[in-house]
Design a protein around this ligand. Sequence first.
Ligand code: SF4
Length: 124
Amino acid sequence: MENERQFICTACPKGCMLTVTMEGDEVVKIEGYTCRLGKDYAFAETTDPRRMVASTVRVRHGLHPLLPVYTASAVPKPKIRAVLEAIREVELDAPVSMKDVVIENVADTGINVVASRDMPRVGS
Ligand code: SF4
């Protein structure tokens, strides 16, 4: 049985309206895209939707108490909650350098969580 999903392409600011027709789990038709990027986006969004995750972790002896972090690549949507829980459990010791790996293979995704800025140490 066919079903149709409509959503806006966010791969560029033009925002084309995409329509994906599915038969069960299979994509049978993609319409509305005006470039290859949009077609690939529609396919991925329907079959394996992913999102970048950004959050903060606690830091001891840092210039600030929280360090912004992000996933090095987009995470499968069903794993986002587990990724956020793993991030919440981390507490680092300053100093931390930008792009340091904060969590390796977070929630078994094969993706690392990395620091988005330097965090110098202050005090002892
Ligand atoms: S289909 Fe192509 S042109 Fe349209 S919004 Fe997506 S990336 Fe941009």
